[in-house]
Every structure is written in C-alpha cells, then in structure tokens.
Write a protein of this length. Structure first.
Ligand code: KG4
Ligand code: ZN
Length: 342
C-alpha cells in the first residue's frame, strides 16, 4: 500500500504555507509571505496577516497541487495548524481546511505548529532520520520554545518558552533602533560580522540563580532589547557615534549564548544527547556556529533541517499529518477551533 498523500495548511503567522507530502517525501512546498505588507509597521499586524492569508491561500493551493502533480481527490487527509499563532490568521487556514474536508469528504488533522517544526525533520533527503528522544529549540519571529520530544505524535513536552518577546522579534526591534530595515534579523546578522561580540556585555535574561526555580528553560528578551536601547541612547546623548557592528555583534552574542545555554542545559538535565533547531532565526550565522561548537563540546548531536523547512511552511504540517495517519491516530472532529495559545 502506498504511503498517505497529505495536504498541509499553515497560516499561523505571516506565511501562507501549502505543502503536499507522500509519507515523508516532499512533493510540494509553496510559501507566500505577507512580510512586505508588515514592513512599514515594523512587525506583523494580525489583521493584515489574516487578510493576506485569505487572498493567498487558494492560489497557493493550486500551485502546490500543480507542483506535486496530484488532484484534491487523491488526497488521503488534510492537516492544518490549529495553534499556536495569531487567532485571525489561524482561523483562515482552519476554515479553509474544514471546508476542503467537508467538500471532499476527507479526514482532517488539527496539528500543533511547534510540533510541526520538529516534524519538518522527517522530510530531510540526506538519508538520515531523526532519533528520539530529542530536545528541540524553536526560534522565530513568533515563538521561542524549548521542547522535549519523546514521540512526534504522542509525547511532546514544552519545557519552556519566552515570557515576553520571541527571539526574532528581539532581532527585529533592535534592528529598528539601529535604523536597519524590517525584518531586521538578517541585517543584524550581516552588520555583526564586522563587530566584536565581546565589546559590550548585554544581559542574558532569566539566567540568574534566582530565576532558575521558576524559569529554568524559559527565555526573556525584552530586558536585553531595553539594555541595547539604553546603551545606544547614552552614546547618542553623549554625541558619540554608535559602533553599529559592535552593538550588533554583542547583541547577537547575547541571544545565541542564552538560547544555547538553556538548550544544552536541557540536554544535560534530561540525559538526551540530541538537539534539533527550527524556526527562521536558525538562519543566524552565530547561532549556528555556537550551536555547532557547544554541541560538539558536550557530545550532543546537532540537527538543523534545511532552512526552507525551518521557516514556517505547509510541508512540515503535512509531514506531521502523515506521521499521525501512519501511527493510526483518529482524525480530529470538525468542532476543533483555532487556538492561539495551544
Ligand atoms: O520562522 P520565520 O521565517 O517566520 C516567522 O516568525 O513568522 O522567522 C522570521 C524571523 C524574523 O524575526 C527575522 O528577523 C528572523 O526570523 N531572522 C533572523 C535571521 N533571519 C531571519 N534572525 C536572526 N538572524 C538571521 N540571520
Ligand atoms: Zn514557526
């Protein structure tokens, strides 16, 4: 019997993602982003994102079907992100998925966006496969979460997450205050290459011993952002030039350090010698470099899916759907809702 053919729909943030997989084979991964529309606001505007999904979804679906060379009738199931994410944005994808499921009389699976990021790993084509359990660090503009994944479909534990800004959001806000364009992450990354990461010691949020009881695996980036803002303001007030490269490098170092310190602490505490990275911030050169260094030193195997599978996409949702089907999970009933805090 052939592996299941699954359509995945992802609309939790600003990417409209339509993916089609057969089992763990990627057939199509169409992504339309509304990032440009949010640029002038300096961050994702929920209402704008939701409207953009409504416009992008149907063309993206047709493009994905054409790319995969399949018809809707051939699908075995539909998987859709039901949370976490922006409510209005999620509702567009959930509504579309339900409509398709009813019209085509196909089973539907509501899936968790964060677990989807982990599921993306099964689509790798380098002949390796994910070993479980693993610790997963997911960092994007919308989330910063540390997961313990024992089983992709039935046993995922949220160890910690950001209590304020997401890591990507912090990159975007610091970029803005340095006068760099949105989204700022790639710009900070580029400017930082010419700077000294030790020039300024910025705070590492939630790393003091007093934070450890309650927030051992949680993250906080708003204090870091404020510290950078104060430092830059003080320079400007004194009429001095702001050493952009040093600020960018020192900020980037602080983010990379705190992310990997906590991720590797979880690997050690749970005795799990594997770390998987996901989310758009994984594009960051220093985060990748420091992850490689620290994992090697700790004897932890580092897995980073290709970047197009790290950023938000529908293929990872389809892949997780396929895992659910193959594990014999019952489909969701149609009364599930979009859950922004899932
Ligand atoms: O996963 P993603 O593509 O989508 C959403 O979060 O919706 O992540 C986008 C985020 C943005 O905040 C962007 O600034 C950040 O990832 N980002 C980076 C880099 N490339 C993208 N942050 C740091 N360094 C980068 N090279
Ligand atoms: Zn994401």
């Amino acid at each position: 019997r052939q592996e299941p053919l699954i359509l995945g729909i992802e609309t939790s943030c600003d990417e409209t993602g339509i993916g089609i997989v057969r089992g763990s084979t990627l057939l199509a991964n169409v992504i339309t982003s509304s990032m440009d529309e949010h640029a002038r606001y300096g961050g994702v505007v929920p209402e704008v994102a939701a409207r953009a999904h409504l416009e992008a979804l149907e063309p993206a679906l047709r493009a994905a079907l054409a790319e995969a060379g399949v018809t809707l009738a051939e699908l075995d199931a539909i998987a859709v992100t039901s949370g976490p994410g922006l409510s209005g944005a999620l509702m567009v994808g959930v509504g579309a998925a339900k409509a398709l499921a009813v019209a085509l009389d196909k089973p539907i699976y509501a899936v968790n966006h964060l677990v989807g990021h982990v599921g993306a790993d099964v689509l790798r084509t380098d002949g390796t496969s994910i070993e479980l359990p693993t610790i997963a660090l997911l960092v994007s503009g919308g989330h910063t979460s540390l997961l313990l994944v024992r089983d992709l479909v039935s046993d995922v534990e949220l160890l910690g997450e950001t209590i304020d800004d997401a890591a990507g959001e912090a990159f975007d806000k610091v970029a803005r205050l340095l006068g760099l364009p949105y989204p700022g992450g790639p710009h900070i990354d580029r400017v930082a290459e010419g700077g000294d990461p030790k020039a300024i010691r910025f705070p590492r949020g939630l790393s003091q011993s007093k934070d450890m009881a309650k927030h051992r695996y949680d993250f906080s980036f708003s204090g870091l952002k404020t510290a950078v803002a104060r430092w830059v303001e003080a320079k400007r007030d004194a009429g001095e030039d702001v050493p952009m490269a040093d600020v960018a490098a020192s900020f980037r170092e602080a983010v990379a350090d705190i992310l990997l310190t906590k991720a590797l602490a979880a690997c050690a505490a749970y005795g799990i010698p594997r770390l998987l990275l996901g989310g758009g911030v994984v594009a960051n050169a220093r985060i990748r470099e420091l992850a490689a260094e620290r994992c090697a030193a700790a004897g932890v195997e580092l897995r980073i899916p290709p970047l197009e599978l790290c950023t938000d996409n529908g293929a990872m949702i389809a892949a997780l759907g396929a895992q659910l089907v193959q594990a014999g999970f019952p489909p969701s009933t149609l009364d599930f809702s979009a859950d922004s805090t899932l």
